[in-house]
Write a protein that binds this ligand. Structure first.
Ligand SMILES: Nc1nc2c([nH]c(=O)n2[C@H]2C[C@H](O)[C@@H](COP(=O)(O)OP(=O)(O)OP(=O)(O)O)O2)c(=O)[nH]1
Length: 156
């Protein structure tokens, strides 16, 4: 009966680190840290919404990976779903363009150094469990990374 609106959050992992974003609004959430993302719009799939939100909020080109199993209630009618995500080769580095005033890449020993929104704590914990932690290659598709400055030699 009651309508649920899905908010998608990205477990964006790069080089063994998870991106956390500090909200700048609304006041009751400002200063707390979250997984970047936003509401899925009518007619949109979750993975498309995730890529759109990451472009709007952070200025990055990213792709969604797997959904992390689980669902975390936010203020009704919203529920949080989390998806693994990665930056595409050639993407700009994330910048806090919208909704956030700071970003941090958190290494394996730093995940709990930021003041996550209460509802994000179980979601982040589950994301890390699902991704197998942030160890080397934990969330890295083979061949996903380009070595900066190194170009494929054209065929002889
Ligand atoms: N993106 C995101 N939102 C979260 C998380 N945890 C959490 O409680 N929220 C809340 C904050 C907001 O009330 C709501 C998502 O709203 P949003 O402001 O990020 O979404 P949006 O960009 O689509 O918003 P808008 O177009 O309506 O301004 O969910 C989280 O990890 N990521």
């Amino acid at each position: 009966m009651s309508e649920r609106i899905v908010v998608v959050g990205a477990a964006l992992v790069d080089d063994g680190r998870l991106l956390a974003a500090r909200r700048s609004a609304p006041v009751e959430l400002a200063g707390r840290w979250e997984l970047p993302g936003g509401k899925v719009e009518p007619g949109e799939t979750a993975d498309v919404a995730l890529v759109r939100e990451l472009r709007e909020e952070l200025g990055v080109d990213a792709e969604a990976g797997e959904r992390v199993p689980g669902e975390w209630p936010l203020r009704p009618p919203y529920v949080l779903h989390v998806w693994a995500a990665r930056l595409l080769p050639g993407s700009a580095a994330p910048k806090p363009l919208q909704d956030h005033d700071a970003l941090r890449w958190l290494g394996p020993g730093e995940i709990w150094d930021v003041d996550w929104l209460d509802q994000d704590v179980p979601a982040v914990r589950q994301a890390l469990a699902h991704l197998g932690g942030l160890g080397p290659g934990a969330n890295e598709a083979p061949g996903a990374k380009e070595v900066p400055g190194r170009k494929e030699a054209p065929g002889a």
